[in-house]
Design a protein around this ligand. Structure first.
Ligand code: COA
Length: 169
């Protein structure tokens, strides 16, 4: 079986927050951040699979911090686990202090992408070999997040979600 590391899919998008992208409080509009994250995650999924990839679900988004107008925002995406045809992409969002240049974590999200052929049919992808402690932690949790996403989408019977059920036992 072919393996790749999360680093091989690492994708970084850095851009400013412009006035047209803000809400009435002059902070970044949530939908704009979702679009940026979707783009970064899509590139990471493509780098991992070297196939056409489509967004299957947005599993989790935490808007922990608002991001003010003029901020420099960096979205970092990496494939955290690959299954047969689908993969989980973890996103970390950072903002940069104008004076010190230091980065502060603002938000995070988890997307699921599926690799497909020209007709949209799911195709097999390489597995993931996590290296760092954080990559291993995200890899470990990915199966229960996949099961939760499938249960919520009505694509899996909760009784079959063994990994997810184990959390509550
Ligand atoms: C995503 C898509 C290809 C899945 O098709 P499908 O008929 O459900 O295919 P399958 O049942 O074979 O599922 C394929 C994989 O996706 C996973 N999957 C499907 N829906 C999922 C969901 N909601 N959450 C997590 N994983 C999901 C399946 O578990 C399977 O994973 P695996 O092969 O790694 O085990 C199909 O629904 C699609 O094309 N959707 C539209 C995508 C799109 O246009 N996105 C942009 C929206 S604007």
């Amino acid at each position: 079986m072919e393996y790749k590391t999360p680093t091989q899919s690492r994708t970084i998008l850095t851009d400013m927050v412009l006035p047209s992208e803000t809400n009435p409080l002059n902070n970044l509009f949530g939908g704009e951040l979702l679009a940026r994250m979707d783009r970064a995650a899509s590139i990471a999924a493509r780098r991992h699979s070297r196939k056409i990839t489509v967004t299957a679900s947005v599993n989790h988004v935490a808007f922990n911090r608002s991001i003010p107008l003029g901020s420099v925002v960096t979205v970092e995406a990496k494939v955290s686990r690959a299954f047969k045809t689908s993969m989980e992409v973890f996103l970390d969002v950072w903002i940069e202090d104008r004076e010190s240049g230091e980065r502060e974590k603002a938000n995070e999200a988890i997307y699921t992408f599926v690799a497909v052929d020209e007709s949209g049919k799911p195709v097999k992808i390489p597995a993931i070999n996590p290296e760092t402690d954080l990559e291993k932690e995200r890899y470990e949790g990915a199966l229960r997040r996949k099961q939760l996403s499938l249960v919520l989408a009505g694509k899996m019977n909760p009784n079959d979600a063994t990994e997810l059920k184990a959390l509550f036992q």
